[in-house]
Design a binder for this molecule. Structure first.
Ligand code: SF4
Ligand code: SF4
Length: 323
């Protein structure tokens, strides 16, 4: 069990998913793999049939509505002075409860080189929330940069398909290096350097208090992602994603994979921002009949939306599946 959590963290920090020897597979998984091989299933036909029952974009719509509602609530609270959700994403007050972004709090404390009790209280609420919901849920359900980046990603994929641009991938472990680098810069300079360049904070403040020059930086990031490297900021740089990923390791909310339902056409890996967490969907790779997808998963639900056979679902440990 501990091994499962450590493996999830190792992959999140940049390690490649390990392939277990077939002798370590569960008996149930071995039987399913054997059946899939020996029956010579017509996956193409199964996929066409399954598509007829597919619910398209259900989670995408739910997620966008939630993300826009949260960010608009900040704007409305500020402009109408109604004190429902005050502040911005880095530090806010929801109905009087202080909420402070974990990564920002960490950067501030590193910059000041001591533990600030008020910050700890504010992070407590946030910590519990993301422990329960899975840390990186923040990314796809709240972060305004995610919303922009996943929309411009479509343009990048179109340009790549037309062969007008090439996608450049980097080592995933550079995100861990950036995390350490930003922590070190805060300690050495006494400033929260990352906060000045974080597109999450820039966009949140721009939405609430009005646009500023910093939006030019966000535009540059988006252009880099469109013309050079798919989802580069979130995949290779942003320390917020990594901090929340660590928080979500023990979350009861998961995307769960069921080997028996899978047709291995890997549509899910094509849409996923972090396809390394879906290594188990590759034919012959799943060591168990059911697997909880790792902590780097943003719980965006895109894989669930595109899976034609219901092999991926949201589940809460100990409860029934959500969908
Ligand atoms: S990785 Fe960072 S920028 Fe990307 S969605 Fe998460 S918080 Fe936002
Ligand atoms: S595994 Fe699914 S829910 Fe998780 S990030 Fe990838 S597409 Fe989104």
């Amino acid at each position: 069990m501990a091994n499962k959590y450590w493996e999830s963290v190792r992959v999140m920090l940049g390690g490649e998913p390990r392939r277990q020897p077939p002798s370590d597979y569960s008996e149930e998984a071995k039987t399913i793999h054997f059946y899939k091989k020996s029956e010579k299933l017509d996956f193409k036909a199964l996929k066409i049939e399954a598509r007829e029952h597919q619910k398209k974009g259900v989670w995408l719509k739910r997620r966008w509505i939630t993300l826009l509602a949260i960010n608009l609530l900040f704007v409305v609270s500020y402009w109408l002075d109604i004190q429902i959700l005050e502040g911005a994403l880095t530090a806010s007050r929801l109905l009087g409860f202080h909420m402070i972004d974990l990564n920002s709090a960490l950067q501030v404390m590193l910059a000041h080189k001591h533990i600030i009790v008020n910050l700890l209280i504010g992070t407590g609420t946030v910590l519990v929330l993301w422990l329960l919901l899975g840390g990186r849920t923040f990314c796809s359900w709240v972060c305004p940069y995610h919303f922009l980046a996943e929309n411009t990603e479509r343009l990048h994929l179109y340009l790549v398909a037309k062969k007008w641009v090439a996608d450049h991938a980097f080592l995933r472990s550079v995100r861990t290096v950036f995390w350490l680098l930003f922590a070190l810069m805060a300690m050495v300079t006494g400033y929260t350097v990352f906060e000045t360049i974080s597109p999450t904070g820039i966009l949140s403040r721009a939405l609430i208090y009005g646009p500023g020059l910093a939006l030019g930086w966000v535009l540059l990031l988006l252009l880099f992602e469109v013309f050079y490297s798919r989802r580069a900021w979130c995949r290779y740089v942003c320390p917020i994603g990594l901090t929340y990923g660590i928080v979500g390791v023990f979350s009861p909310l998961h995307v769960t994979y069921k080997l028996a339902n899978c047709h291995h056409e890997a549509e899910c890996r094509k849409v996923c921002e972090v396809p390394h967490v879906l290594d188990c969907v590759i034919k012959g790779r799943s060591p168990a009949a059911q697997i909880d997808i790792g902590a780097d998963c943003t719980r965006c639900g895109m894989c669930i939306d595109v899976c034609p056979s219901g092999a991926l679902t949201f589940e809460i440990k100990g409860l029934r599946k959500i969908m």
